[in-house]
Ligand binder design. Structure first.
Ligand SMILES: C[S@@+](CC[C@H](N)C(=O)[O-])C[C@H]1O[C@@H](n2cnc3c(N)ncnc32)[C@H](O)[C@@H]1O
Length: 320
């Protein structure tokens, strides 16, 4: 039986909760954008600081968050609106409509609800349709990618997004198998991955299909492209003094955020050998801390999924 889509008490534990509140510091009267609403855990934490005076703009590409949003609105009474869509597209649209906000939070990746719902096909641990779309109305799923992806393309995806050492062997086995019948289920893919890698590598370093599943998910949902596009739109929407927070779970995500913040802090885009600045670009952001903020040992013990979380936060400077 499938788990209920209705909100439950255990649906999603917001990661780095205290750190998010401390760094984004919501105040009454402010407008918050939660670009990754999920079960509304962070939205509830941040929203409670508005003390009934302020607004929340929620975004999620997964329409199944709707009951969680309704619960959020009912329980907090905060003026709120949910946009169904990819956060970079929605932020871009809001920015071009001149919407100005005080806080933008992105808590990247999949939610516990998505991972734990077998029918979504995100998990290598249960046999399910090979899907992995965060937005079930999107046309491109893991099924298309695995059955139609080129050999080189797949190997590149597994190496780049999954750091899979046996990418070539796995792709060769996938291509051999799909000639006889297309992959339909996660379990079929897991079996092929297990058989393709050397026996000692099947044990240790986590589940043998973990890296390939992560890579497929990143590609299917264009997760890195979405971050690249979203950050400039988020910066544009922020009022001076506004706060941006991004929680990533993967070094490739964190690298994009780190580079964006470094460039925005630096301002000037002149080549390093220019004796004086001619671009006139001023710093647009000030990072809240040099290093990414990581969860405490207590948080990891209570919620092992938080282990790889990294928060980067920055304040928009008064003059851009
Ligand atoms: C880690 S969960 C967020 C959990 C949320 N912060 C909470 O406390 O309940 C990530 C959510 O963001 C959504 N998401 C991920 N990437 C997205 C994107 N590019 N555009 C819109 N939603 C996205 C996913 O569908 C998922 O619901």
């Amino acid at each position: 039986m499938l788990p209920s889509v209705l909100p439950t008490e255990t649906d999603h534990v917001p990661v780095l909760a205290d750190e998010v509140v401390a760094n984004l510091d919501p105040r009454p009267g402010e407008t918050i954008v939660d670009g990754t609403f999920g079960a509304g855990g962070h939205a509830t934490l941040l929203g409670s600081r508005l003390r009934g005076d302020g607004k929340l703009i929620a975004i999620d590409r997964d329409p199944t968050v709707a009951p969680f949003f309704e619960r959020f609105r009912r329980e907090t009474g905060i003026k709120a609106r949910l946009h169904h869509g990819e956060f970079s597209a929605v932020l871009d649209q809001l920015a071009s409509n001149g919407v100005q906000v005080d806080i933008v939070l992105l808590d990247l990746g999949v939610s516990s609800m998505q991972l734990d719902r077998p029918d979504r096909g995100f998990s290598y641990a249960v046999d399910a349709p090979l899907d992995m779309r965060m937005d079930p109305s999107a046309t491109f799923s893991a099924r298309e990618l695995v059955n139609e992806g080129g050999e080189r393309e797949l190997a590149d995806i597994f190496k780049r997004y999954g750091e899979e050492r046996y990418a070539k062997q796995i792709v060769r086995a996938i291509v051999r198998r799909r000639k006889t019948a297309p992959f339909e289920r996660t379990g079929e893919l897991v079996d092929v991955i297990k058989d393709a890698i050397p026996a000692p590598a099947r044990f240790g370093e986590g589940h043998p299909a973990k890296r390939v599943f992560q890579a497929l998910r990143i590609e299917v949902n264009d997760e890195l492209g979405a971050i690249e596009r979203a950050l400039p739109a988020a910066l544009e929407m922020l009022r001076p003094g506004g706060r941006l927070g991004v929680i990533s779970f993967h070094s490739l995500e964190d690298r994009i955020v780190k580079r964006f913040l470094r460039n925005a802090e630096h301002g000037c885009t002149c080549p390093p050998d220019f004796p004086v600045c001619v671009c006139g670009q001023e710093p647009a952001l000030r990072a809240q801390s040099r290093r990414a903020i990581r969860p405490s040992a207590q948080e990891i013990a209570a919620n092992p999924r938080a282990a790889s979380a990294r928060l980067r936060a920055a304040v928009k400077t008064a003059e851009e």
